[in-house]
Design a protein around this ligand. Structure first.
Ligand SMILES: [Zn+2]
Ligand SMILES: [Zn+2]
Length: 185
């Protein structure tokens, strides 16, 4: 395992959040436009803590998608500045906690903090882990030429190239096969 379990959980959730934005291969539609869709997303990833269920909360969460996507792809030197600023802005104070059957892990803001604040701080904390364990290259954008979904490569040999959301590995193999056929014809 490259990262701690709470970092992996946070990164998987962040990737899912970023990937709700319209992405050319799997969906041209925004998959996060209603408070119900937000609730479903949180439930799917067992996201604990405060939820307001308001339009305001949804908008605050949506506003995080682009900054998080940028964090995914920017060089470490730059990411460090952004991560430190995110933590400072929210007055993050790392605390070890245990809850809901999860063993010791870090929360840097309380359960009662607004959802977007918690996502932002947990996102920043997970990048702290990613950057200092020097596995930044395990965060990637899908290699399919028509997909911009983000992914986390947890494979042993670091060989994951395609996202899980767009059936991209299959699609690219089929495309490559057709291209070879066409070249032969
Ligand atoms: Zn927790
Ligand atoms: Zn993809």
């Amino acid at each position: 395992m490259l990262f701690t379990h709470d970092t992996v959980d946070a990164l998987v959730f962040l990737a899912a959040l970023v990937n709700t934005a319209p992405s050319r291969s799997h969906s041209d539609e925004d998959e996060l436009t209603t408070t119900q869709q937000l609730r479903d997303l949180l439930d799917r990833y067992g996201y604990a803590g405060r939820r307001d269920g308001t339009e305001r909360e949804l908008q605050d969460v949506l506003a995080l998608r682009e900054p998080i996507r940028q964090l995914w792809t920017m060089p470490s030197e730059q990411a460090v500045v952004v991560v430190n600023r995110m933590l400072a802005e929210e007055g993050a104070v790392p605390q070890l906690v245990r809850h809901d059957g999860l063993d010791w892990h870090i929360h840097a803001v309380g359960f009662d903090a607004p959802l977007a604040t918690r996502i932002k701080v947990e996102g920043a904390m997970s990048f702290v882990d990613v950057i200092r364990t020097e596995h930044r290259d395990r965060l990637r954008v899908c290699s399919a030429d028509d997909c911009d979904a983000v992914l986390i490569d947890q494979s042993r040999n670091g060989s994951k190239r395609f996202c899980d959301v767009g059936n991209c590995a299959n699609r690219m193999h089929v495309n490559a096969y057709r291209a070879r056929k066409a070249a032969q014809a």
